[in-house]
Design a protein around this ligand. Structure first.
Ligand SMILES: [Fe+2]
Length: 531
């Protein structure tokens, strides 16, 4: 069985776990191995740009009291005045209640004192000042190629905001005041969720990385004026291979580039990420998520925000959203399989039940990384099918969004493992009658994959008849099992993203579109319950 676009492997430094060892190791075992090997003290070397006396990103500096890693000797460039340090990589995320909570995060290229945000209802009045928290992240020298790196992430939590309100904000620290005339260009804004449901748009993709295609997707989705964006994991690809079984070539400097790239959209659009296989980074913590905890402030509405930062839920208008960590259940890449001890799946069952019964919630959208249904390179993950698909069916989830396969692919409505109802482009589907449509939105910017040889790729206006094609899904023994597929309704091999308009009112509906970078709308369908 031949597939195009298998895992990209780049010539990057790694941590040096022998492959024959790492292939048998869980994420926790890899973490212990690396800690034992790499905890010798090293001199920290500034790795980034220091231009014209101004530090603007991509560099390391003074060791601090960070979240992960063993500290090296004091840096040669430890004393950088705050006036010479410019924040970058601003990104937003809702708290558990998008009507009243926002988290503002950013990065500084050197240690700073007393970071803060200024916020107000008008850009010229940012008189309210709120302290921020620094989470620094130390990464040791990698195989003699990449110098040790200290990265400084800064976070501020805003609670008790007004619903449906636009706020203006700036980020700063001792020596850098965003309200100063020379820094006012850094002021940005966000809007909280409305007090009562109204029509809104959200966007989604996974598998982004740092590339021209990724930046173009950011720009295009910003043009949709989304209330927020869902990122289905494989965010940055600092862990290049993402196999969870080898030393997984790794460069933390990729994150600097990623946050720079993302700032153009995420400074105004809450960037709601979850964790994919490339987001496990064995050095920082036994579960591989120490780096993510330093970089992101996500809703604490899951079962344990420290254990699984990519697991949470929130409601916006008449739609509830659930983010899941599929590394916990994946049969294909089992490095973190079972790392929550079943707590995530138990929480999912309970939370879906609560949301289904919640007043004002018309729709439930679930997003996570590994696909329940896809015919591209990684195919379907048997762990997702076994653990979660029955729960989605029991609670009549309205839409499932995945990444992992770097294509766009959308199923018919699936009920009891089979096509419950055909959903051609432009059609309407009712989850209470037909089953669930699963979308793979993996065209976020990373190198594209392909489809099985000989299958049709469908585009709006000329949907091919469904073909039965043998593809595979992963089994618990990590073998693959061929299955004949009839549920694959739309395929598109190109960079793309999902744009969903959620209508409230007497006849609520989700109007789902997939948009290509070419400007084509490659798919569209509607979800309406009880229609
Ligand atoms: Fe992936």
């Amino acid at each position: 069985m031949a597939f195009a676009g298998n895992f990209p492997i780049m010539d990057l430094p790694d941590f040096g776990i022998p492959p024959q060892l790492a292939r048998r190791m869980s994420m926790a075992e890899q973490h212990e191995y690396l800690r034992a090997k790499l905890t010798r003290r090293r001199t920290l070397v500034t790795a980034g740009a220091v231009a014209g006396g101004l530090l603007t990103g991509c560099s390391g500096s003074e060791p601090g009291s960070g979240t992960a890693g063993t500290r090296p000797s004091p840096s040669v460039s430890a004393k950088v005045p705050g006036s010479a340090v410019t924040p970058f990589g601003r990104h937003l995320a809702f708290g558990a209640d998008p009507k009243s909570q926002m988290r503002i995060s950013w990065q500084v290229p050197a240690a700073v004192k007393k970071p803060f945000i200024r916020i107000g209802l008008r850009p010229e009045d940012l008189s309210r000042r709120i302290d921020a928290e620094i989470r620094d992240l130390y990464t040791p020298e990698l195989q003699g190629i990449r110098a040790a790196l200290e990265q400084y992430y800064v976070h501020a939590a805003l609670d008790s905001l007004r619903p449906g309100t636009t706020y203006y904000y700036g980020v700063g620290h001792d020596g850098f005041d965003p309200a100063a005339p020379r820094n006012r260009a850094t002021i940005s804004s966000f809007r909280t969720a409305p007090a009562s449901p109204e029509t809104f748009t959200f966007t989604a993709f996974g598998d982004q990385g740092v590339s021209e295609a990724a930046a173009t997707n950011d720009k295009l989705l910003l043009g949709q004026n989304p209330a927020f964006h869902l990122h289905a994991g494989d965010i940055c690809y600092a862990n290049v291979k993402g196999l969870g079984e080898e030393s997984d070539a790794y460069d933390p400097g990729f994150w600097d580039g990623y946050l720079r790239q993302t700032e153009a959209v995420a400074r105004t659009v809450p960037w709601m990420v979850t964790t994919g296989n490339h987001d496990m980074e064995a050095w920082y913590s036994p579960d591989g998520y120490g780096g993510q905890l330093a970089r992101w402030s996500l809703p604490d509405s899951g079962f344990d925000a420290r254990k699984a930062p990519g697991v949470y839920s929130f409601a916006y208008g008449n739609v509830a959203f659930v983010a899941l960590d599929a590394n916990d259940v994946s049969y294909e890449i089992p490095a973190n399989q079972g790392h929550t001890g079943g707590r995530q799946t138990k929480w999912l069952d309970e939370r879906l039940g609560e949301l289904r019964a919640a007043k004002g919630v018309d729709f439930i959208v679930v997003f996570f990384h590994h696909c329940a249904y896809s015919t591209s390179s990684h195919a379907s993950d048997g762990g997702v099918r076994a653990e979660w698909v029955p729960l989605f069916a029991r609670h009549q989830v309205d839409l499932v969004i995945n990444g992992h396969n770097h294509v766009y692919e959308r199923t018919d409505a699936i009920k009891n493992g089979e096509v419950g109802r055909q959903v051609p482009i432009g059609a309407q589907t009712d989850p209470t009658r037909d089953g669930i449509v699963y979308v793979t939105a993996g065209g976020g910017g990373k190198e594209l994959y392909g489809f099985p040889p000989g299958v049709e790729e469908s585009y709006e206006g000329h949907v091919a008849d469904r073909e039965s094609v043998d593809t595979f899904r992963w089994t618990k023994s990590r073998n693959t099992k061929a299955e004949s597929v009839q549920w694959s309704r739309v395929r598109y091999r190109g960079f793309s993203f999902l744009s969903v308009e959620a209508e409230a009112g007497a006849k609520p509906r989700l109007k789902v579109s997939a948009l290509a970078q070419t400007g084509e709308r490659i798919d569209r369908f509607e979800v309406r319950r009880g229609a």
